[in-house]
Design a protein. Structure first.
Length: 404
């Protein structure tokens, strides 16, 4: 798994915090090396001493008669968050070739690529289960699914460890409404007891992939987002702070290279590709708003390349987790010691210090709290860090007690 490495800098003190340079947290900074000048003639005695009192400079020196303080660097990983992929496929009569192309590519050119990245993923399919040739329905084979064969498809889909099929018919112009209406409702054939929401994981990022040759007719992109973020349980963040990306494989006119994606910065395209019914303007709006990609769907022979690109988009949209385990406290410290976190952007620049607060309710800008042995960035802090895959995070134990 691709992980963000965080340097955990722990200020160790097996004793009183005596003389030395006063730190912002009220602790003391001590000399900078193991070869400090010790003894009673050490440099800078008194309150302005470099090494503190008569103990001398350097981290092996004394600190006003007490025991030594030192610094120790440990390492930890901020892993990428898991990703739940929600794939929605149109079952209208014009979609046979596209469904066959999805079935042929979803294992080799999509799931395998995501798995190879180390990302923890699962795929939730919302579409009618069955035969593409006889009903424009979908049957996903192994190893992604647990289906032993799709010729013919089993009566009901068999899920796998990373694949879950919610069977419901998606018409050419109602897919966004179906996403909302089936969230907490069991499938008519018994799939998805309690709705497809039961397969979503707490803490995961969500990625939608829409595949259709038409357009949603009774819901705008803004209306869909409002209803999506209002669903209970809440799993998608807010429109201002989304926990999802929406990719579209729709009827948009192809680029010069038909397998290329339209990027979020590119305008919505109001012309369609040859076999499409509609350019899918609503889905394009959603992709642009959520930093998603847009592909043309009219050339199923290119779906291998398209699915590879979508897989890379899923990997790229995965975000760094905003929590990590507090390291084992060094000698002289416990989890009852207050800690400080400094974030240095991966692109360089001055570090920003995050301050510890007592709990989630006390969150503010540039803050975090500790819960059950984990550092948890507050929402404002998380938004600063989660997209920075090269960030460095320094964590320092102070001599102060933990905030109550």
């Amino acid at each position: 798994m691709r992980a963000l490495t965080a340097g955990l800098v722990l200020s160790l003190a097996g004793c009183q915090c005596g003389m030395g340079t006063l730190l912002p947290d009220g602790g003391r900074a001590f000399g900078g090396g193991l070869s400090g000048t010790g003894g009673s003639n050490g440099t800078g005695g008194g309150s302005s001493a470099t090494g503190g009192g008569s103990g001398g400079t350097g981290s092996s020196g004394g600190m006003g008669g007490g025991e030594a303080c030192a610094t120790v660097t440990s390492m930890a990983n901020l892993d990428k968050r898991p990703v739940d992929v929600i794939m929605v496929i149109d079952n209208s009569c014009s979609m046979t070739a596209e469904i066959v192309a999805v079935e042929s590519n979803v294992n080799t050119n999509f799931a395998n690529i995501i798995a190879s990245s180390g990302l923890d993923y699962r795929i939730i399919l919302i579409s009618k289960h069955g035969s593409a040739a006889n009903g424009q329905s979908v049957c996903i084979g192994g190893p992604l699914s647990g289906n032993t064969t799709c010729t013919p498809p089993p009566t009901r889909p068999t899920n796998g460890p990373r694949f879950f099929h919610y069977s419901t018919e998606i018409s050419s112009n109602d897919s966004l409404r179906k996403i909302i209406s089936t969230y907490n409702v069991s499938g008519s054939d018994g799939t998805g007891p309690g709705g497809w929401s039961g397969w979503l994981r707490d803490g995961a990022y969500r990625t939608f992939i829409e595949i259709t040759d038409d357009n949603e007719t009774q819901m705008t992109a803004a209306q869909f987002e409002q209803r999506l973020t209002a669903l209970v349980p809440a799993r998608f963040g807010t429109v201002q702070n989304r926990n999802y990306t929406f990719h579209s494989i729709v009827g948009v006119a192809a680029k010069a290279n038909p397998a290329d994606a339209y990027q979020p910065s590119e305008n919505v395209v109001n012309s369609k590709c040859a076999s499409a019914v509609n350019p899918g303007m609503t889905f394009q709006d959603l992709s642009k708003a959520t930093n998603g990609l847009r592909f043309q769907m009219c050339e199923p022979n290119l779906y291998g390349t398209v699915f590879q690109a979508v897989a890379q988009g899923v990997i790229a949209s995965a975000q760094v987790a905003c929590d990590f385990a507090v390291p084992t406290p060094p000698p002289g410290f416990t989890l009852n010691n207050r800690i400080y976190v400094a974030y240095t952007p991966g692109a360089g620049g001055a570090p920003t210090e995050f301050l510890q607060v007592s709990n989630a309710a006390a969150c503010a800008a540039n803050s975090f709290y500790v819960q059950t042995g984990r550092v948890i960035f507050c929402p404002q802090t998380c938004s600063s860090v989660r997209m920075d895959a090269m960030a460095q995070v320094a964590v320092r134990f102070s001599c102060e007690p933990m905030i109550e």
